[in-house]
Ligand binder design. Structure first.
Ligand code: ADP
Ligand code: ZN
Length: 731
């Protein structure tokens, strides 16, 4: 939008609010005027709502009725490039602007004036008398290093009453201080020496640094085997960015990974960066948001939503483990943080580094086409070697029923245990057993609200629906035929693997790593650290363990079911399996001792399993690219997934049918629509779900056509339609 960048008092301004309206609203600029991009509070009916001055008012309302902006909030105005970014991200993902603005204003207390408040930190000495409650308070404070908490936050994090904290303050063990609400973060020093880089690493680092120095936009795929030093290399790019007084952002797929990363940042730059993810206190979130806008933070480490912070001058975005599926937000605004990082960088003249040992086919293809630069680190750092990969042909193994660890794998684990090394048993399934069946009538216990089977979680002593989260106690009688004590688990989850491992290796210390077993990010981090230090002999884990953790003692990875991911009809099944297997295998042999990965499979000659074993990555990508090109699917064609849902099953099929028949807006751009068909999970939380799939050429203007197409139908109340551009999952 072009126009003035300052509005005098009384001038008409157009305000974008966070309310679900499909247009900007006109207001009069307040006393003292306001800047373009100013965060404001405006009246809307009887309420006061948050908004941003988006441009000049349209003036198509009766001027006498236009109300005035209530006040300008104390926050740096939104910059033009951020407004541009939100607009283009909205266009790309077909998201209404108010929803984009909500993503960009996820800061508590945005409307509050700056002021002083009391915060609490670790003080001196030990309390006169230790209690559990006191220990928890001190534990929280020392876990979070120098971070300050408000009284409420500290009480909640430690699970104590505020009087416990006050008691510790009296003794000086906890310090109470007055602090301005939002302080700048400690300076990071890019001139501190980094580690000495190997020749390959140094070349890669220099190339990235030169790109950052250019001051323009560019994306580089940093492909390096696990343990090759990608992190060390991109930290040098961060250093260059900080030295040029621009801000840097490092996105990580998993908050459990941030602890190790923060330590490395502190070692490299002498201070901690800002964190932005769900495990951060409200106070710190508010501080990070404000300091991003004011330039009081140099480096943010965070989850995908950190991309929507109001950076003052963002010069570098690193997307670590760029292939990770958690970068795609699957509810609310359906965006892929990796793609949005590239968009944002192209608008604000920043560099993007996509780091991975197993890049997504999308990024591989973009590098191949010359759209992204590519840097490779082909070997592990130092003496560490990539693990040997071998298949265990399960057709030849003798296994009693309800056992999943083959004799071959068992022997391999025993050998490692005898050598004092760690083994990992990998199974990408949470819980005890995926299915519970009645032996009398064959009934499988399902969720009452979803078309999904309930998964037994024995630690929780409950059945859990992985779709909607509903849980119920394990019944003793079959809910269908009422037979007593005939319910039996079918198939393994990690909890069941633990049982089997305990029976096979009675001397070994076992640890299960699965996202549902830890109440807090902190507990999970503690477990990961303990494993890294040798606190377990056998680790049993879901894909959580595949994500970049460093377990130096781990030398054997046993994949319980390498075929698991290949069964679906998902177009990315092969790619995902390949990535996951290589990532998991990469956990082995990260230090001096060489590692080995054993894949249990019933189809050792399957092309994907063969590619994993042979390590012929380029061959795998080329074959996969060829298939996708022929099928005209991403990244060589465009796709959108449409899900209609409603409690009324007839209505979803009717409207799905109407859309499928009225496909003229899509045909105009050469796109085709498939469906409607019941979604793979045909009912979630009591809502029936129907899917349509739209396929188009890579160059087709898909978003405009989709918008025109769905606008043709009027949706009944309680009906939802979501459009997912570049869908990553089909459920
Ligand atoms: P990646 O991110 O590719 O998995 P990392 O950067 O985590 O690799 O490096 C793997 C391990 O090797 C880490 O412990 C790291 O500190 C160490 N390392 C990598 N490069 C060097 C180097 N040049 N000097 C010292 N240690 C290094
Ligand atoms: Zn359910």
């Amino acid at each position: 939008m072009t126009g003035p960048s300052f509005f005098d008092e009384g001038a008409l301004v157009a305000v974008l609010t966070t309310q679900p309206l499909d247009r900007l609203l006109d207001y009069k600029a307040p006393e003292g005027g306001c800047l373009l991009g100013a965060f404001v509070e405006v009246p809307l009916g009887p309420r006061k709502v948050l908004g941003v001055v988006w441009g000049q008012g349209q003036g198509d309302y009766d001027r006498a009725k236009v109300r005035a902006v209530i006040r300008v909030l104390d926050a740096a105005p939104m910059r033009a490039e951020m407004m541009d970014f939100l607009g283009r991200a909205a266009d790309y993902t077909l998201t209404p602007m108010p929803a984009m603005l909500r993503l960009a204003t996820r800061s508590p207390g945005l409307g509050d004036p700056p002021s002083m408040r009391k915060v609490y930190r670790l003080g001196q000495g030990a309390p006169d008398r230790q209690t559990d409650a006191r220990r928890r308070v001190l534990g929280v404070l020392s876990d979070y290093g120098g971070l300050a908490f408000t009284l409420g936050e500290l009480a909640e994090a430690a699970g104590v009453t505020s009087s416990v904290i006050k008691g510790l303050v009296k003794q000086g063990v906890v310090r109470e201080e007055e602090s301005p609400r939002d302080l700048p973060y400690p300076r990071l020093d890019p001139d501190l020496p980094g580690v000495e880089l190997s020749a390959d690493q140094a070349t890669a680092a220099q190339t990235l640094q030169a790109a950052v120095r250019s001051g323009g936009y560019g994306t580089t795929l940093l492909k390096g085997v696990t343990g090759s030093g990608k992190t060390e290399v991109y930290l040098e790019a961060v250093a260059e960015c900080l030295a040029r007084n621009r801000q840097a952002l490092v996105l990580l797929p998993e908050i459990a990974l941030t602890a190790e990363f923060l330590k490395r940042v502190e070692a490299r730059f002498g201070a901690m960066p800002a964190e932005w993810h769900s495990g951060v206190t409200m106070t710190e979130r508010r501080r990070a948001w404000r300091m991003a806008g004011e330039g009081g933070v140099q480096l943010v480490v965070g989850a995908r939503s950190a991309l929507f912070l109001p950076y003052r001058d963002l010069g570098l975005i690193v997307v670590d483990e760029e292939h990770d599926t958690s970068y795609k937000q699957e509810d609310g605004v359906l965006y892929n943080a990796r793609d949005m990082a590239v968009l944002r960088a192209s608008i604000c003249s920043a560099q993007v580094v996509l780091a991975s040992a197993t890049p997504s086919l999308e990024s591989w293809a973009n590098a191949e086409a010359g759209k992204y630069a590519k840097l490779e680190l082909p070997t592990r750092f130092g003496a560490a070697e990539l693990p040997q990969m071998r298949a265990i042909d399960m057709r030849l193994e003798q296994l009693p029923s309800n056992r999943w660890i083959s004799p071959t794998l068992q022997r391999a684990v025993e050998t490692r245990l005898e050598a004092g090394e760690q083994a990992l048993l990998f199974l990408n399934r949470r819980g005890y057993a995926p299915v519970t069946i009645c032996r009398a009538c064959g009934h499988q216990i399902g969720c009452d609200h979803c078309d999904a089977r309930m998964v037994e979680h024995r630690f929780l002593k409950r059945l859990v629906c992985h779709q909607c989260g509903e849980t119920k106690p394990m019944p003793t009688a079959c809910p269908h035929c009422q037979a007593e004590d005939r319910l039996a688990p079918v198939g393994p989850g990690v909890e069941r693997m633990q049982e089997e491992a305990a029976a096979l290796f009675p001397e070994a210390r076992l640890a299960v790593l699965s996202s549902d077993l830890y109440g807090s990010a902190r507990a999970l981090r503690a477990q990961i650290e303990s494993i890294a230090e040798g606190g377990a002999d056998i680790v049993i884990g879901t894909q959580l363990v595949a994500k970049g953790h460093n377990f130096p003692l781990l030398t054997l990875v046993g994949v319980i079911d390498a075929d698991l991911g290949l069964q679906g009809s998902d177009l990315r099944a092969a790619e995902r399996t390949f990535q996951l297997m290589r990532q998991v295998a990469g956990r082995a042999g990260r230090a001096e001792r060489p590692g080995e990965a054993l894949l249990q499979t019933y189809q050792p000659e399957h092309p994907v399993i063969r590619a994993i074993r042979s390590g012929d990555e380029e061959g795998f990508w080329r074959a996969e690219a060829q298939e996708r090109r022929q099928a005209g699917v991403p990244p060589y064609g465009r796709m959108a997934g449409i899900v209609l849902s409603s409690p009324d099953v007839q209505a979803v099929f009717d409207i799905g049918g109407v859309l499928a028949r009225n496909d003229a807006p899509l045909r105009r751009i050469g796109a085709r629509v498939y469906g409607p068909a019941p979604a793979p999970i045909a009912r979630i939380r009591g809502r029936h779900r129907v899917r349509l799939l739209v396929k188009a050429d890579k160059s087709a203007p898909l978003q405009g056509a989709l918008a025109a197409w769905v606008a043709q139908v009027k949706l009944p109340a309680n009906f939802r339609l979501s459009v997912d551009i570049d869908p990553q999952s089909f459920y």
